[in-house]
Design a protein around this ligand. Structure first.
Ligand code: HEM
Length: 235
């Protein structure tokens, strides 16, 4: 292992891993899978809206008391939030650094001509940016209520969700984001499997099918909520 000339010390294993391409791809894969797990649980939780305001609002209240009495009010929720923020930051930072590294690795002639990245790479980059912006909007809409369309009611997410999907722009924002999410998960799940070394000639077909099914289930599950409000099934 090379010495770090600035400190005259051997870099730690964590530092070596973090600075390597393999390390960054592993960080992307692990953080992506953590977010994916959250999304599956979030999507299933959202489907409770079909059982009416009582059940949906009760579920939202339960999220704040999970683990009680051992855990104080909202402690578990905050634990999940901290893990999620760490995952989002690790994912975004490694994505940015990998794309810079990719650009630097190109021969000079290409670097100046800016050759187009592959379709998958462009979809992942733009999808990631759209999802990041969506997440910001989503939190300001349904968690803090800052940009919410109706009178935001804390502790009454059922009514808040109905308000959001009663506006045309609410539907447009969420539908575009859910489409981006489906495409991102489809390719991201597949890439994560390759980064973690799970892929092989035999397993690739199974992994591709799993990625497609996962992306489809998530997209349909999330999209069903705005569709239900638009069609009056949920009101
Ligand atoms: C139609 C789609 C969606 C609906 C109806 C929906 C609904 C909600 C609602 C009602 C809340 C507030 C829950 C509460 O405070 O009790 C919430 C929070 C949240 N949602 Fe979504 N969501 C959707 C899609 C997404 C997507 C695609 C993501 C991620 C990319 C996401 C990430 C989050 C996060 C991180 C929170 C904050 C949880 C917290 O810390 O309190 N949601 N969502």
């Amino acid at each position: 292992m090379a010495l770090d000339i600035r400190t005259d010390r051997r870099p730690s294993l964590t530092s070596t891993l973090w600075h390597s391409t393999v390390g960054k791809k592993t960080a992307m894969a692990v953080s992506g899978l953590i977010m994916l797990l959250y999304l599956v649980v979030h999507m299933l939780g959202n489907l409770k809206i079909f059982f009416g305001p009582g059940e949906f609002n009760h579920y939202a209240h339960w999220l704040r008391t999970v683990g009680a009495p051992f855990m104080h009010q909202e402690w578990t929720l905050w634990l999940v939030r901290v893990v999620l923020v760490a995952a989002v930051v690790a994912h975004a930072v490694s994505a940015y650094q990998l794309s810079r590294r990719d650009l630097r690795a190109r021969p000079d002639a290409y670097r100046h001509k800016k050759p187009r990245a592959s379709y998958a790479t462009r979809t992942m980059r733009w999808g990631g940016v759209i999802l990041g912006l969506f997440l910001l909007w989503h939190l300001l809409d349904l968690t803090t209520g800052t940009v919410h369309s109706g009178g935001f009611q804390s502790g009454r997410p059922y009514q808040n969700v109905v308000d959001t999907f009663s506006t045309w722009y609410g539907n447009v924002i969420y539908l575009i984001a859910m489409l981006a999410l489906g495409l991102h998960v489809r390719h991201g799940f597949w890439s994560a499997a390759q980064s973690l070394g799970i892929g092989s000639r035999h397993r690739d077909r199974v992994l591709k099918t799993a990625a497609n099914v996962l992306a489809l289930v998530l997209t349909v599950g999330f999209v069903s909520v705005p569709l239900a409000v638009m069609t009056g099934v949920v009101s």
